[in-house]
Write a protein that binds this ligand. Structure first.
Ligand code: GLC
Length: 736
């Protein structure tokens, strides 16, 4: 008993010390706020991109934060101006988009999501925090939590795909990794959950476009990851460029005050996206920059990124009574609280020698490689062509075989291509490599070199074609209307197929491309979302069987971009696709109006996707047996105890990402056909069977219903335990 009491005492002491620290910070915030002039308060609300060129403004206390300064010498120089020259010596918040690594670049976030491994993702965020804080950066604009159901949108690259549960798990892992255990630790990198909200639902996948989302969809689909990350301690939030149902997020009081502050109790800091305040004029939501400034601050924005509206107009708006001092004080409190939490007043400077010491540390590169290994998805492996026989002779070609810059993917401002290990650099460790460069970049249409590659293929046991996207083709403002491989990449694959040799295609892209015709032209396909610095070594190990693919699709792979948006957890229709519809080429002349099937499908491409959410093969096979749940009927306070036996029925040691889906069969509003409610990575030796258990609280089945209450509705449910969202047998149960 004594030990239990001792542990309880420790826990109580820990909580009380946190509470005391919090109280101390609040007191320090108030004391400092009392000393500040209106101009100095407004200065804290102003963020600019740049450093020494703003020395005068920093010394005058007109800037609270800077972004895009990553030279520790310059960081210290501007910090010294703020701390030693401004009247109150308030340190600057130095920020940067550290989205998937700083110097050591990890797979893009969509690739990290494909790992379904929160530990690996948290580790990656920690590495990014250690490397970036060493350069003086203490605030990153990550994780991006935008649910994305449409690969035409270039920014699918930066998020965790289409599922709210996976998005929440990955977002929380990144927040924990970035921020670490103690906010005032010099390696704590303040996270910024973005873009609040609904940015990924831009119509047509056209970036920055309007998003028509109901409140119920916001609450059931787009909010969960933000709420989970805020509950996990995310220190800041960024508003989004888009409007939701006509109201730009940066001026949306319901979002930024009613939901974020009142409902969720967020006490962190809210920053706009780049000039998203000023852009409300372009939206036609504000008369001019001054009006936009009043709207943003009254809606609940604390800091202005690069509209310069706050610094220019806030004082006048206060004098005109359009902004209250209470509102300004609240915004400045949130900013000062963050600076105190990060320990910037005690520790404003950085050791200028540290950044280069920690960059690319062996353990950082190893973590990036592991993440890249786990992020690759095996989409096809006809005749078990993969893994290729070690020391066999392979012909290597394609624009992504040796693309050190593009392999890093979008948002890699500080990744340095000279450190990238490309597949061409890494494959020699396992194979005799014949390299015949053909296309030199993903949009290249020059096919004259194909013949030389076909000739060289005669000496090879197999051909590996590295295709995909240049980094610039995904990311912000890079939407695509067609998702096929660019340039003559598909022609290159077909030309290699024509040699009669086994053809393996490796894709490195920033989105789920439409690759159905390329699959028909190859034996195997390994798909990686821009795998980062160590991607080449990771892919080489996978091709050689030193590692075995375990990645799963974080978003649906389409047959055709015309199917977008397509996502697995869609609401059930009254006329679901039955798979027996008459398609275009089979339609008889003068066919009767209703003769083709009155269900949901495309005449030209049918219904289903190419690969469903959660899909991914292995070099081995797995068998799920004895799947069971502990009851037939549950109370709302119960937990569902799931058990099953998983067997590795093949010949490679491998890891399966087991996924658990639930369906609410009847609701007060239509419900998704399936929702991911859990996943686990299970590693098995050949022939090994593991008895596995997993628990889901019935309360996790809650949703926002017809009356906009967050409840679990009694009724019939189904549950699946499977290797992807389209497999497995349903197990029925009831909630009383
Ligand atoms: C960009 C992006 C945002 C990023 C910010 C700062 O426009 O929308 O995600 O963090 O500006 O670079």
């Amino acid at each position: 008993m004594r030990i239990k009491h001792f542990v309880l005492l420790l826990a109580a002491l820990a909580c009380s010390s946190v509470a005391m620290a919090q109280a101390d910070i609040e007191q320090r915030v108030e004391e400092l706020l009392q000393k500040m002039t209106l101009e100095e308060k407004i200065g804290q609300m102003n963020q600019v991109s740049g450093g020494l060129q703003f020395s005068k403004e920093i010394a005058a206390g007109q800037i609270g934060s800077v972004l895009n300064i990553v030279d520790p010498v310059e960081v210290n120089a501007i910090q010294r101006i703020a701390v030693e020259q401004s009247r109150l010596g308030i340190p600057l918040l130095v920020s940067r988009d550290v989205i998937h690594g700083f110097r050591t670049i990890f797979p893009i976030p969509l690739g990290m999501a494909a790992t379904f491994d929160t530990a690996v993702v948290e580790r990656g965020a920690r590495v990014a925090a250690v490397e970036s804080t060493a350069a003086g950066v203490r605030w990153t604009f990550s994780p991006m939590l935008d649910i994305a159901r449409d690969s035409r949108w270039g920014r699918v690259a930066e998020g965790s795909g289409e599922d709210p549960y996976l998005d929440s798990q990955m977002g929380v892992a990144m927040v924990k990794g970035y921020q670490g255990e103690k906010f005032d630790d010099p390696t704590c990198l303040a996270a910024c959950v973005k873009h609040f909200v609904g940015y990924g639902a831009a119509e047509g996948g056209r970036d920055y476009n309007t998003a028509m989302i109901s409140e119920r969809s916001l609450r059931n689909t787009y909010f969960p990851a933000f709420k989970a990350c805020i509950d996990a301690g995310a220190l800041t939030l960024m508003t989004s460029f888009n409007d939701v149902d006509g109201v730009p997020s940066t001026g949306n009081k319901w979002l930024l005050k009613d939901v974020l502050r009142q409902e969720w109790g967020f006490d962190g800091m809210v920053v706009t996206d780049w000039n998203s305040s000023g852009e409300m004029v372009m939206h036609g939501f504000a008369e001019d920059l001054k009006d936009a400034t009043a709207i943003s601050i009254n809606a609940g924005v604390d800091m202005d990124m690069m509209s310069f509206g706050f610094i220019a107009h806030t004082k006048t708006l206060v004098e005109e009574g359009k902004l209250s001092m209470a509102t300004i004080d609240n915004a400045v409190r949130n900013i000062l609280r963050l600076k105190f939490r990060l320990g910037l007043f005690e520790n404003p400077y950085v050791d200028e020698s540290l950044a280069r010491k920690v960059a690319y540390a062996p353990e950082h590169l190893a973590a990036a490689k592991q993440c890249a290994v786990e992020s690759a998805i095996l989409l096809q492996n006809k005749g078990d062509v993969l893994p290729l026989k070690q020391n066999s002779t392979i012909l290597v070609t394609g624009p992504m075989a040796d693309a050190p810059y593009d392999q890093l993917g979008t948002w890699t401002f500080d990744g340095e291509e000279q450190y990238t290990v490309t597949p061409l650099k890494a494959l020699g460790a396992h194979f005799n490599v014949i390299n015949v460069p053909t296309l030199t970049y993903s949009r290249d249409k020059e096919t004259k070199s194909f013949k030389a590659a076909q000739k060289a293929a005669k000496k090879a046991d197999a051909i590996v074609v590295f295709v995909g996207e240049e980094a610039i083709l995904s990311g912000e403002a890079h939407s695509l209307s067609q998702l096929n491989l660019q340039g003559a990449q598909s022609e290159l694959i077909a030309a290699m197929k024509a040699t009669g040799k086994p053809v393996v295609v490796v894709v490195m892209a920033g989105r789920a491309l439409t690759i159905e015709r390329d699959l028909a032209q190859c034996d195997a396909m390994l798909y990686s979302f821009h795998p980062g610095t160590m991607g080449g070594e990771a892919l080489a190990d996978l091709l050689a069987g030193v590692a075995v693919p375990s990645g799963k699709a974080p978003m649906t792979f389409l047959r055709d971009s015309g199917q977008a948006p397509f996502y697995y957890n869609h609401p059930m229709t009254g006329r679901p696709n039955l798979g027996n519809e008459t398609l275009l080429n089979d339609i008889p002349l003068k066919a009767g109006q209703t003769s083709l099937g009155c269900t949901s499908f495309y005449l030209d491409s049918g219904y289903g996707p190419l690969f469903p959410f959660g899909y991914g093969l292995s070099y081995t096979t797995f068998e799920y047996k004895n799947i069971s749940i502990d009851k037939q009927a549950y109370d709302k306070s119960d937990s569902i105890h799931i058990s099953f036996d998983l067997t590795n029925t093949g010949k490679y040691e491998a890891t399966e990402v087991v996924q658990i889906y639930v369906r609410d069969l009847v609701g007060s509003v239509v419900r998704p056909v399936k929702e991911l409610k859990g996943f686990m990575r299970v590693s098995l030796k050949p022939g090994e069977t593991k008895h596995c258990e997993h628990e889901i609280a019935v309360s996790d089945l809650a949703y926002w219903n017809y009356d906009m209450e967050y409840v679990v509705e009694a009724g019939r449910f189904e549950l699946w335990v499977a290797g992807d969202s389209a497999s497995g047998e349903a197990l029925g149960f009831e909630v009383k």
